[in-house]
Design a protein around this ligand. Sequence first.
Ligand SMILES: Nc1ncnc2c1ncn2[C@@H]1O[C@H](COP(=O)(O)OP(=O)(O)OP(=O)(O)O)[C@@H](O)[C@H]1O
Length: 248
Amino acid sequence: MMTENILEVTDLQVFYPVSRKTPFEKKKSIQVLKDVSFAMKRGEVLGLVGESGSGKTTLARSILQMIPYEGTIIRNTEQPQMVFQDPYGSLNPSKRIAWILEEPLRLKGGLSKEERVLKVKTMLERVGLEEKILEHYPRELSGGQRQRIAIAAALMLEPELLIADEPVSALDVTIQAQILALLKEIQKEMNLSILFISHDLRVVYEMCDHVLIMQQGQIRESGDVEEVYFHHKDPYTGRLLKAAGILV
Ligand SMILES: Nc1ncnc2c1ncn2[C@@H]1O[C@H](COP(=O)(O)OP(=O)(O)OP(=O)(O)O)[C@@H](O)[C@H]1O
């Protein structure tokens, strides 16, 4: 069943509680995601675009079952893995890279030390890093190297679905291009599905097959990247494309 959907989201609603000013006030909540529905095919790179606060990270958290929601999320896969904007937050600062990359395998169990080390070395090569980096701590690496390690760590358990939340936003433009090229290469090699979250429409154009345009918790427009970028139907999409300098 290689063409089945890896992810199906139907009528997703997410509410966050609003803190009360006094304990006597009625409990309130704000709706952060509203009627969100979409499907993602196996091996697809799906862009999720929207301005700050539009609900992109909230959607990722719902897919990972980290927050309560209403509606249906069907994941036809094991637990997806995440890559974040700032790998500083996700890489344990007190551990060497060797330990960090081995950890998911150790937690899962079933492999000998030698097998784990071999897998770590193979993955390191795949993300374009040399073995000597294994002895270093995250703070000793450059931003680009750290993001390569974060990608390697996310891929150690060979997930089928990766959620990348602004994975290149903190990097210089040249390093951005390198990391995007790496992600694309690995995506093809592993037939990985990637939910690629970004506020940068140019980066999404580079990376994605399909795109969801989100505004204030709702999907305004979705479809093939070429179609949405050059034949958009929603005026909001047009405004975003103009702001990004893609449309004049
Ligand atoms: N834990 C929370 N409690 C209450 N409100 C929250 C919480 N987390 C996020 N929000 C609010 O929900 C809305 C959507 O936030 P979210 O982080 O999903 O947006 P985003 O599109 O990922 O933004 P950014 O690009 O800035 O990360 C925002 O208005 C935010 O202030």
